[in-house]
Design a binder for this molecule. Structure first.
Ligand code: PLP
Length: 370
């Protein structure tokens, strides 16, 4: 379990749900798109303006203190040194920043899964590649995602970039094995943890750079993302964007102020979640996604998310996914369609009751007879 601290007692789900009143109105199974804010998060963001920025620069030590606290809380959650954590305005900005700051040359390869999240693929523009080849590995089946990626790593590979948990299919890759394969050929490993941190136990120290947005499984704001950069990797970078926060000879990617109100909301949320216990949170996500996986299969659905490589997302083959999402919404059940799949993403604030309601309205796969 995570080193993030907090009690290991089971979640008091009734007390938890009181802090997410929207769950009384809607069966919300869409955290992979956006997590629910808890009552108290708005007040935490307002503290920046009302208590600190109301005093202008005189309060700068207070907001810097909050920044340090956020880094400490993230460091414990992600198992990395706090000094390696910086902030960008989004994971997409961080991915573009790193892609444009690495030195590459013709003959080098950047290796990705073919169906990666758009920000991972698109950050490798021709100017970022500098003549290197972008290798997009086809993934035939979710069970072989990790193996297929590793199999394509060669002596020419300089960068491997991968989602820790895939945004569409929910597959959790084996980061340790991918890290070992990249290290063997001296390549760098860049990871997007958007669907991992907050849902599963994460050890970001295996990656050279690990970034993630915080508005999904960490329930927090848009406009801020954490970026963990190994110091040995940072030392190799030639940042494309420069500013007062990374004047030469600094190699840091962060070039200006972070989004302080968003950090106040994030640090309060990390404290709140650590107080509930990261262990029980991760266990609840695992138990709900496991239950969903079993019950969907029992009802004849093809679940593409591998049972032994899942996080919080469970994705299902459906020949009319868009219409089904709309039909469920009419019954106040929120899920998403991604790449033609039904994507269901419960978080710790959901209950088995929420999943039973979803399963009942979804019904049995009509193309399968008992
Ligand atoms: C895998 C993945 N990475 C990144 C993002 C976007 O994050 P950001 O808005 O911080 O760039 C998303 C979803 O919006 C995502 O699913």
């Amino acid at each position: 379990m995570s080193e993030a601290g907090g009690g290991e007692r089971a979640l008091d789900s009734r007390a938890v749900r009181k802090l997410f009143p929207y769950l009384e109105e809607v069966t919300y199974l869409n955290t992979a798109t956006t997590g629910l804010s808890w009552l108290g998060q708005g007040a935490a963001a307002a503290r920046f303006y009302d208590e600190h920025k109301a005093r202008g620069y005189s309060a700068h030590l207070q907001w810097r203190g909050e920044l340090e606290k956020t880094r400490e809380l993230l460091a414990r959650l992600l198992r990395v040194p706090a000094e390696e954590i910086s902030f960008a305005s989004s994971a997409t900005e961080a991915l573009n920043g790193v892609a444009h700051s690495i030195r590459l040359q013709p003959g080098d390869e950047v290796v990705l899964c073919e169906d990666e999240f758009p920000s991972i693929v698109l950050s490798w523009t021709p100017s970022a590649l500098q003549g290197a080849e972008l290798v997009r590995v086809p993934i035939e089946r979710e069970e072989v995602r990790t193996d297929a990626l590793i199999a394509r790593i060669s002596d020419r590979t300089k960068v491997v970039s991968v989602s820790h948990v895939h945004w569409g299919t929910g597959t959790r890759v084996d980061l340790k094995r991918i890290a070992a394969a990249t290290q063997k050929v001296g390549a760098r490993l860049i990871v997007d943890g958007a669907h991992a941190a907050g849902a599963i136990d994460v050890d970001a120290s295996v990656a050279d750079l690990y970034t993630g947005s915080v508005f999904k499984w960490l329930l927090s704001a848009f406009g801020v993302a954490y970026v963990v950069t190994k110091s040995s990797f940072a030392a190799e970078m030639n940042p494309l964007f420069r500013g007062y926060a990374n004047e030469p000879p600094s190699r840091k990617l962060q070039f200006s102020h972070p989004n302080y109100p968003a950090l106040y909301a994030l640090s309060a949320t990390l404290e709140f979640l650590a107080g509930l216990g990261w262990g029980p949170i991760v266990e609840q996500v695992n138990s709900l996604s496991g239950f969903l996986h079993r019950e969907l299969r029992r009802e004849g659905w093809v679940v593409v998310t591998p049972e032994d490589a899942r996080a919080g997302i469970v994705s299902v083959v459906h020949d009319d996914a868009t219409r089904t999402v709309a039909r469920l919404l009419e019954q106040d059940i929120e899920i998403e369609e991604r790449a033609g799949l039904l994507r269901i993403s419960p978080h710790f604030y959901n209950s088995e009751g929420d999943l039973r309601r979803f399963l009942e309205v979804l019904g049995r796969n009509p193309s399968v007879t008992r």
